[in-house]
Design a protein around this ligand. Structure first.
Ligand SMILES: [Zn+2]
Length: 121
């Protein structure tokens, strides 16, 4: 069983701070009781065991359609199709229904793979 949940970055960083503060208290107690007289620096212990790096998330850029559609032709139907053999999108090769419409009769209503986004071409 898996549970999917969304946690905000600020919550993750807040939890990280709580854990770090708890660790810091434990480290300083151990240092005070056992390590202080040996001349070990408490700052070194902090830097070794505490993690103050904030969690950052990289957002993946979406692949743009230009790289995916090799046969683009502005005069043809703007429906995007999927070729299962080449594993690539391609443009429908039929002519649009009429000048005011960008799709052929087949794709004027139903487009399983969406449309070619001209802005990304
Ligand atoms: Zn079409």
């Amino acid at each position: 069983m898996s549970i999917e949940t969304f946690i905000s970055l600020s919550t993750i960083n807040e939890l990280n701070n709580i854990i770090n503060n708890r660790k810091k208290r434990i480290i300083s107690e151990i240092w005070d009781k056992y390590l202080r007289q040996d001349g070990i620096s408490i700052d070194e212990l902090y830097s070794r065991y505490l993690n103050y790096n904030k969690v950052k998330i990289k957002v993946k850029k979406q692949k743009n359609d230009k790289t995916l559609i090799s046969n683009y032709n502005p005069d043809k139907c703007m429906a995007k199709l999927w070729d299962n053999k080449t594993k690539q999108y391609y443009q429908c090769s039929r002519n649009p229904k009429d000048e005011d419409v960008s799709y052929c009769m087949t794709h004027i209503i139903k487009r399983n793979y969406g449309s070619i986004n001209i802005l990304t071409l």
